[in-house]
Design a protein around this ligand. Structure first.
Ligand SMILES: [Zn+2]
Length: 194
C-alpha cells in the first residue's frame, strides 16, 4: 500500500487490536486496526448527522435593529433566493451545505454500520462508500461557516447580531467532520468491504 502523503510503498499486514501503522518515511498514519477505527468513524458520522438536522431546524442567527427583531434558519436563508436566476443559487446553496453533506454522512453510516457490529457488508456498501468519497470535495459546510463569519463581522456594525443554537451546531459539525475525515482509514474500509 502507498502512503497517502508521500507515496512510499509499504507491505500491508493485519494490525493487532488497538494499534496503528505509520509511514516509515513521513510518519503519517497509513492504517488503523479495523474494529476500533470503524466504531469511531461511525459514531462521529452519526453525531454529525444529528448535528446537521439540528443545524437546519433551529434558528441560525438573530438580528435586532431599530426595535425590529428577526431570526432566520439555514433553510429560510436558502429560500430567500426564490426568483429567476437566484433560484439556481438557492438550489446550489441547499445542495452544497445541507443535502450533499447529509447524503455523504448517510452513505458512510450505511456502509460501515454492519462492519462495526461484525456482520458482513451490505450489498451496495461499496457503491455507498465510493459515493461518500466522491462527495467529499462537494460537501461545503465548513466553507459556509467561514463565509458566515466574514458576513457577521460586517453586519455586527449595523445591527445587534446574536447566534442561535443552529450556528453552534454547525460549528461543532464542521469540527466533527474534520476529525472523522482524519480518522477514517480508507485502506481498511476497502479491505473490509472486499
Ligand atoms: Zn509517507
Amino acid at each position: 500500500m502507498a502512503c497517502p502523503q508521500c507515496d512510499t510503498l509499504h507491505y500491508a499486514a493485519r494490525l493487532p487490536e488497538g494499534s496503528r501503522a505509520y509511514c516509515k518515511r513521513c510518519g503519517v498514519v497509513i492504517a488503523t486496526e479495523r474494529a476500533t477505527a470503524f466504531a469511531q468513524v461511525l459514531s462521529l458520522a452519526i453525531t454529525a448527522f444529528i448535528l446537521m438536522v439540528a443545524a437546519i431546524s433551529f434558528p441560525f442567527l438573530e438580528l435586532d435593529v431599530a426595535g425590529h427583531h428577526n431570526s432566520i434558519s439555514v433553510l429560510q436563508a436558502v429560500t430567500v433566493f426564490n426568483d429567476g436566476i437566484a433560484l439556481l443559487l438557492a438550489i446550489a446553496v441547499a445542495g452544497f451545505i445541507v443535502f450533499l453533506p447529509l447524503l455523504r454522512l448517510a452513505s458512510i453510516i450505511y456502509a460501515l454500520g454492519p462492519l462495526v457490529r461484525g456482520k458482513p457488508a451490505r450489498r451496495s456498501a461499496k457503491e455507498a462508500f465510493a459515493l461518500a468519497e466522491f462527495l467529499q470535495p462537494w460537501s461545503m459546510a465548513e466553507i459556509f461557516i467561514v463565509g458566515v463569519a466574514v458576513a457577521l463581522i460586517k453586519v455586527a456594525g449595523l445591527a445587534h447580531v446574536s447566534t442561535g443554537p443552529a450556528f453552534w451546531a454547525f460549528c461543532a459539525l464542521v469540527l466533527i467532520t474534520v476529525l472523522k475525515d482524519q480518522l477514517i482509514c480508507r485502506y481498511s474500509v476497502w479491505q473490509a468491504l472486499d
